[in-house]
Design a protein around this ligand. Sequence first.
Ligand code: ADP
Ligand code: 6PG
Length: 227
Amino acid sequence: MDPHQLPHIFIIAGPSATGKSTVARAIAESFGISMVEGDDLHPQENIDKMSEGHPLTDEDRWDWLKAVASVSVERASLPTSPPSELCGEHPGSPACITTCSALKRKYRNLLRSQLPELETAVLRFLFLTASEEELLRRIEERDNHFMKKGMVRSQIVTAEVPNTSEQDENCEDVEKDCTVIWTDNLSQDEVVEQALEIVKQLMLSSTSNECLDGEGAGDEAFAEDEN
Ligand SMILES: Nc1ncnc2c1ncn2[C@@H]1O[C@H](COP(=O)(O)OP(=O)(O)O)[C@@H](O)[C@H]1O
Ligand SMILES: O=C(O)[C@H](O)[C@@H](O)[C@H](O)[C@H](O)COP(=O)(O)O
C-alpha cells in the first residue's frame, strides 16, 4: 500500500501543562482531522489518584496506554478528508492527533507495539517539554484541571525526553519517530505554528515505519521497573 495512504497517528506527548491539548486542538482544527484526548481515557481511579496529588505508577498507566493506542488506531482508520496541503498529491490519507503524556521510553514502545501491524499505520510522536518553573506557572494559571502544581515535580522526574540526535543515530536509545519541542521560550502560537509545520512535513514525507521500535514493549518488560 502507498504509505501516503496509510492512517497517520500523531501523538502529542510530554509532561502535564506542556501544551499538548492546546497544540492538538489547533492541529485537529486546522487540518480537519480527528483528535483523541488521552486524559479522557484514564479510568476514574487514575483521575482520583492524580487529583489527590499521587503520581501514577507503571501499572496504573498500562491499561490506559493500551486504550489510548486502540482508540487512536480506530479513530485514524475512519475516513477523513485532510486538505490537500497536508496530503500533497496523495489525498485521502486519514489521520488522528492524540494527546498522551507517554513520559517514558517504554510507554512509547508500548504504544508502538500496540499498532495491529506496523505496516498498517504510521505513528509519530511530537514530545513537548518545558522547565519545571514554566510548568508550575502554567498549571497555576490553568483552571478546573485535576493536575495541581504538586504533581509537576513527579512529571518532570518521570519524563524521559526522547533522544532524537542524528549524531547518535546508531545508539540504541535513539527514537527516530520523535520530534522534541522545548516550549519555555516559545509562545503558544509559536509552538502551534511549529507543530503544524512538523505534522504537515511528516504527512508529506512518510515513507515507512522502519524507524518504529516496538522492542522490549511486552507486558513483562513493562512491568520490570516501577517508576
Ligand atoms: N507555549 C506556551 N506558552 C505559554 N503558555 C502555554 C503554552 N502552551 C500552553 N500554554 C498554557 O498552559 C496551560 C496548559 O496547556 P495545556 O494545553 O492544557 O497542556 P497539557 O495538555 O500538556 O496539560 C494552558 O493554560 C495553556 O493555555
Ligand atoms: O502519565 C501520567 O502521569 C498522566 O498521564 C499524566 O501525565 C496526566 O494524564 C496528564 O499529563 C495530566 O493531564 P494534562 O496533560 O492535561 O495536564
